[in-house]
Design a binder for this molecule. Structure first.
Ligand code: ADP
Ligand code: MG
Length: 245
């Protein structure tokens, strides 16, 4: 992202944000509520349009700044870019009327038009990896929050994304279920999955991230290694991190 700006009703929520993520890198974004973290993820994943700036995926421009306006690609080119990433939200967003396996298979079969048997094999393997082999035919309402979130992660992975975005993946979970999700994300990090994670789980972020970004009031205050960030002398960073001790 280059010089990304976004306002809502005159309120500038992203103020000239530039950020890049390398293949295989795990980047966490932390910051107070309302600092623009979700808006940043939504702009990066084309769920929200930015007002100005450039957005590139693997060298392909999704949007470019023209006369201080972001001009977006359209049609097949945009769809090609959209297929490069997966998203996992706080609230799971599973289809309630689809079984677990159908939730995972739906997009690869319907959107990517892939062979159903092949997709099913991959879905079964993803469920195994998520520790949910015995839940394939359950419906979301029959699962715990942690299980639902693991299905959401499996569903995102089924699209073979090059990069996974997480927006507070454990915030809707009871503390005892948070660990199982963090463990899954840690496993993905070990497999060198490229990930951008908005989280309030500071110890997790410290352990899993190659790089951490501290956002406040629509700007990136600091962007550095976890070690450096946690020993930062920046006053805003210290104040924020201080709330977690
Ligand atoms: P965070 O994820 O860091 O808590 P958000 O990106 O959700 O922050 O929100 C940043 C600011 O933008 C907040 O003040 C929020 O109220 C505002 N905002 C976010 N989305 C919208 C929207 N769709 N319409 C109006 N204001 C919004
Ligand atoms: Mg948010």
């Amino acid at each position: 992202m280059n010089h990304v700006k976004k306002s809502f009703d005159g309120n500038e929520v992203l103020k000239d944000i530039s950020l890049s993520v390398e293949e295989g890198e795990v980047v966490s974004i932390i910051g107070p509520s309302g600092s623009g973290k979700s808006t940043l993820l939504r702009c990066a994943t084309l769920l929200e349009t930015m007002d100005d700036g450039d957005l590139y995926y693997s060298g392909d421009a999704a949007a470019k700044s023209v006369e201080q306006h972001a001009v977006y690609e359209t049609g097949d080119k945009l769809r090609h870019i959209e297929r490069q990433f997966g998203l996992v939200f706080q609230n799971f967003n599973l289809f309630p009327h689809f079984s677990v396996i159908k939730n995972i298979m739906d997009a690869p079969v319907r959107v990517q038009k892939r062979d159903k048997d092949e997709v099913r094999k991959e879905a079964v393997e993803l469920l195994r990896k998520m520790g949910l082999s015995d839940r394939a035919d359950y419906y979301p309402c029959q699962l715990s929050g942690g299980q639902k979130q693991r299905v959401s992660i499996a569903r995102a992975l089924a699209m073979n994304p090059k990069i996974l975005f997480f927006d507070e993946p454990t915030s809707a979970l009871d503390p005892e279920l948070t660990g199982e999700i963090l463990k899954v994300i840690t496993e993905l990090a070990k497999e060198k999955m490229t990930m951008v994670i908005v989280t309030h789980e500071m110890n997790f972020a410290k352990d899993v991230s190659d790089r951490m970004i501290f956002m406040d009031k629509g700007v990136i205050v600091e962007e550095t290694t976890p070690k450096e960030l946690f020993s930062s002398t920046n006053q805003r960073t210290r104040e924020f991190l201080g709330k977690y001790h």
